[in-house]
Design a protein around this ligand. Structure first.
Ligand code: 6PG
Length: 239
């Protein structure tokens, strides 16, 4: 299965293109409790701001349930918190019922939270026949080292973990994180990567074309089913 690529000029246009597709996609879903796993980092911030500014009254937010593909093990008020960023830029501005927001408790003990989050996902997200939770939409980013969620090149075993989520470490800062595992990410009905910036162009080309060092890049393994990379011109220059 080859992944799809949509290339647009710049990050703002990328967010606008995806936001429109997302609004159409969510309206077409015939079930409620539409499960969406958000990515962290900086790229989604543009999308969160756009959702808040232009889609607060357009999307049926009460049908959406939000989770995180990964979270830093910090308190929600910490600037590093993926939930904290989404709350400030999005959830404080659109009518998502609080019970629809399934955050990772970054302030908790990582191993205990890993288990708790796994149980929460299992209790709410539809399970496939093989017992894996199947998110309706998996929103991912990609680091310039080819990581996605918090599956980094030095911990590629998380791509084949039997767990729903695992405790991970950032390779440079050592920051502890909780991440969905490869099988759960790959089980999603629809997967979208949002990738911007020239710093990622070489790795992105290897990831998408499965060439060069692609086997060391976790993002390369997310290549089954409905996978679309939204990239800006800077990140997509070598595609
Ligand atoms: C995180 C993310 C991570 C992110 C990439 C890209 O918690 O950091 O989930 O996987 O998507 O690092 O981050 P940028 O969008 O900031 O480049």
């Amino acid at each position: 299965m080859t992944v799809q690529t949509k290339r647009v000029s710049d990050p703002a246009t990328l967010a606008a293109e995806f936001a429109k597709e997302f609004a159409d996609w969510s309206a077409r879903q015939t079930h409620d409790k539409i499960s969406i796993a958000l990515s962290g980092g900086s790229t989604p911030k543009i999308l969160f701001k756009l959702w808040a500014e232009q889609y607060a009254d357009v999307i049926e937010w009460s049908r959406l349930h939000f989770y995180w593909g990964d979270e830093r093990c910090v308190p929600p008020g910490d600037p590093e918190s993926n939930y904290g960023v989404a709350k400030k830029l999005l959830f404080d501005k659109v009518p998502v019922p609080p019970e629809n927001i399934h955050r990772v408790l970054g302030e908790a003990d990582p191993q205990e939270e890993r288990s708790r989050y796994e149980d929460e996902i299992r209790s709410v997200v539809a399970l496939r026949a093989n017992g894996l939770p199947q998110f309706d939409l998996m929103l991912l980013g990609m680091g310039d080292d080819g990581h996605t969620a918090s599956i980094f090149p030095h911990q590629r075993e998380l791509l084949t973990s039997n767990e729903i989520c695992e405790v991970a470490q950032h390779p440079v800062s050592g920051q502890t994180r909780i991440t969905l595992t490869g099988p759960v990410i790959k089980a999603a009905k629809k997967t979208v990567f949002l990738v911007t910036g020239a710093g990622k162009k070489s790795v992105l080309a290897d990831v998408i074309h499965h060439k060069g060092e692609f086997e060391s890049y976790p993002a390369s393994y997310i290549d089954e089913g409905d996978v679309t990379f939204y990239v800006d011109d800077a990140a997509g220059e070598l595609l």
